[in-house]
Design a protein around this ligand. Structure first.
Ligand code: F6P
Length: 362
C-alpha cells in the first residue's frame, strides 16, 4: 500500500512549535509525496465525532495554509486534553469510543496519522495502533517529561520565558529585600524549574524528584541574609512536594488529569514561621506555553516534522521522531511511554547546581 491520505493532529496542552511541525509535515507530505492531508480539529475530537464543529473544523490542508506558520505559537488545528477516545466523557461518565474513531478514520479514507503530542497523546496513539491504526508520533511538551527522546520541542521556549521572568523578579526582590517564590509548570518533572532556576540564578529550586524540607530552604535564606544578601529567589515546580507529603492539586474532573495548583503558596506558608522578611509568590502559569517558539524549538520541531513525514512514507508505523545525541532518529512509541523522563537527582547538572550553592531543600 502506498500512503495517500494522512491525518495530522495536535493533542494535550499546546506549546510553541506545534505549528512548525504542522508546516514541515504538510510541506514534505505534499511537495515530496503528493499526499492529501487532513488537519483533525481539537486533538481527536474531529475523529471521535465527524460532526464535531469547534471554531476550526476538520480541514484538508494546502501549502498556503501553512505559510508563515513557523513563528506562530499555539496550533492552527486546536487541541484538547479531553479527547481521549478510551475515556471519552459522555454526560456524567467515561466511555470507550475508540471503535468509532477507527470507523471514522476508515470512512475518511485515511491511510495514516501523524500524532503530535506528549505522554498522554502517545499513550492514546499506542492503544489506537493496537487496534490497527497506522500512526507516527512527534514529541511535544513544555514539561520535557516524555521518555525515549533527549528533548521535546516547546521546552526550550518555556525555559526562556521562565528565565526572563526570573530576571524581572530579581530586580523587584532586590529593591524590596524580599523572598520571592516563582512557581513554574512541568507536572511531575522538574526540568523547567531546574533549567530556568540555574539560568535565572535562583537560590533554591524545588523539584518533584526531591521532596523538600522547608527548614532547609529557610536555613539558606537566613544564611544569605547573614552574609549581606538581602533577597532570595526560590523556584518551585508545580509538582514539588514536601517530604512525607503529596503534590498540591485540585480534584480531577472526569476524563482529565488532576490540575496541579498551589505548590509555591504552600512553600511560602511553610517558610512563614522561619523567615522574618516579606515574601511574595508569582505563578507563571500558561504564559510559559504561549508565544513564538525559540530558534532551537523551531529547528527541533521542523526536523521532527520532516522525519515524521519520511517515516509515514516509509510505512514505519508505531515510531516516534526523537532527539538522540543531536540526531533526529526513530524510536518506538512504546518506548516513549514506558517510563517518564525525570530529573535524576544524582546527575551531573544537579551536582553542578549544588556546587554553586543552590538549595534543593534536601
Ligand atoms: O503538560 C503541559 C502543562 O502545561 C503542565 O505543565 C501543566 O501542569 C498542565 O499542562 C496545565 O494544563 P491545563 O492547560 O489543562 O491547565
Amino acid at each position: 500500500m502506498s500512503v495517500k491520505r494522512v491525518a495530522i493532529t495536535t493533542g494535550g496542552g499546546d506549546c510553541p512549535g506545534l505549528n512548525a511541525v504542522i508546516r514541515a509535515v504538510v510541506t514534505v507530505g505534499k511537495e515530496r509525496f503528493g499526499w492529501e492531508i487532513l488537519g483533525v480539529e481539537d486533538a481527536l475530537s474531529g475523529l471521535i465525532d465527524l460532526d464535531y464543529r469547534g471554531p476550526r473544523g476538520n480541514r484538508w490542508l494546502e501549502l498556503e495554509d501553512v505559510r508563515g506558520l513557523l513563528s506562530r505559537g499555539g496550533t492552527i488545528l486546536g487541541t484538547s486534553n479531553r479527547s481521549d477516545p478510551f475515556r471519552f466523557v459522555d454526560g456524567a461518565r467515561e466511555t470507550d469510543v475508540s471503535d468509532r474513531v477507527m470507523e471514522n478514520f476508515a470512512k475518511l479514507g485515511l491511510d495514516a496519522m501523524v500524532s503530535i503530542g506528549g505522554d498522554g497523546s502517545m499513550a492514546i496513539a499506542q492503544k489506537l495502533i493496537a487496534k490497527g491504526m497506522k500512526i507516527v508520533g512527534v514529541p511535544k511538551t513544555i514539561d520535557n517529561d516524555l521518555g525515549a527522546t533527549d528533548q521535546t520541542f516547546g521546552f526550550d521556549t518555556a525555559i526562556g520565558i521562565a528565565t526572563e521572568a526570573l530576571d524581572r523578579i530579581r530586580d523587584t526582590a532586590d529593591s524590596h529585600d524580599r523572598v520571592m517564590l516563582v512557581e513554574v509548570m512541568g507536572r511531575n518533572a522538574g526540568w523547567i524549574a531546574l533549567h530556568a532556576g540555574i539560568a535565572g540564578g535562583a537560590d533554591a529550586i524545588l523539584i518533584p524528584e526531591i521532596p523538600y524540607r522547608a527548614e532547609a530552604v529557610a536555613d539558606m535564606i537566613v544564611a544569605r541574609r547573614a552574609s549581606g544578601k538581602n533577597y532570595s529567589i526560590i523556584v518551585v515546580a508545580e509538582g514539588a512536594k514536601p517530604q512525607g507529603g503529596d503534590v498540591s492539586q485540585l480534584e480531577a474532573r472526569l476524563g482529565e488529569m488532576p490540575r496541579l495548583m498551589g505548590a509555591a503558596h504552600r512553600v511560602a506558608a511553610a517558610l512563614e514561621d522561619h523567615v522574618g522578611s516579606a515574601m511574595r509568590v508569582t505563578v507563571l502559569g500558561h504564559i510559559q506555553r504561549g508565544g513564538s517558539p525559540s530558534t532551537f524549538d523551531r529547528v527541533l520541531a521542523t526536523r521532527y516534522g520532516v522525519l515524521a513525514a519520511q517515516l509515514v512514507h516509509e510505512e514505519q508505523f508505531g515510531k516516534m521522531a526523537a532527539l538522540r545525541n543531536g540526531a533526529i532518529v526513530a524510536v518506538d512509541i512504546a518506548e516513549a511511554v514506558a517510563r517518564p523522563h525525570l530529573v535524576d537527582p544524582s546527575s551531573q547538572i544537579m551536582n553542578q547546581a549544588r556546587a554553586l550553592g543552590i538549595s534543593f531543600g534536601e
